[in-house]
Design a protein around this ligand. Structure first.
Ligand code: ZN
Length: 201
């Protein structure tokens, strides 16, 4: 039987922390100990923040973002360009684009990508809602900001077909050399895509 250094409450905290992405059992143990040591400065406010989030977080009924208001902060921000809608697979992608201040547009979260392997079909994603939003006359461009994977690109093609009668330009993210990247280190697929999609200097 493995030896246990702490009581069941602490062991439970550790095993829950270990389920977080990027934390294994060892780092979960370290995180738990850190939280316990910083009980007043960190653990109590964290527990309170989690409780508030648990009570207030909702999925935005327009775009699928996660927020404590519904419609979300992005959908209710009237300084955003209503003509551009960025379709993303996941809320994490929306947040990544916002962090990068990449575009001041509206979003649509699909909730994943099509995947024959995982049995994810169009009915499992928020594709109908995207198509109906794209028919809003205010929308002139839909950017498919999907992963450069087989599933991501399959989804992009599928949506592009559905949008053919909507009066919108459908674009996708460029594939190519990452900022600060060295050519010598790139894989052949990326390098070939970068050459194909070269732009005028
Ligand atoms: Zn929203």
């Amino acid at each position: 039987m493995p030896t246990v250094a702490a009581g069941p409450e602490i062991e439970r905290l550790i095993s829950l922390l270990a389920r977080l992405p990027g934390l294994g059992p060892r780092s979960a143990r370290r995180a738990a100990l850190f939280l316990i040591k910083k009980r007043d400065q960190l653990m109590a406010p964290l527990a309170a923040a989690m409780q508030t989030a648990l009570e207030k977080i909702e999925v935005c009924r327009i775009c699928g973002n996660i927020d404590t208001q519904n419609p979300c902060t992005v959908c209710t921000d009237n300084r955003r360009d209503p003509s551009i809608m960025v379709a993303v697979a996941d809320v994490a992608d929306l947040w990544a684009l916002e962090r990068a201040r990449a575009i001041n547009a509206r979003y649509h979260v699909l909730g994943g990508t099509l995947s024959a392997l995982d049995g994810i079909g169009p009915q499992d994603l928020s594709i109908d809602a995207l198509v109906s939003r794209a028919h809003d006359p205010a929308v002139t461009e839909v950017i498919l900001a999907l992963n450069a994977t087989v599933d991501g690109q399959t989804t992009a093609h599928y949506i592009t077909d559905l949008l053919h009668d909507a009066n919108v330009k459908v674009t996708r993210l460029a594939h190519g050399v990452p900022v600060g990247g060295e050519l010598d280190y790139l894989d052949e697929g990326t390098l070939a895509a970068a050459i194909r999609q070269r732009t005028k200097f």
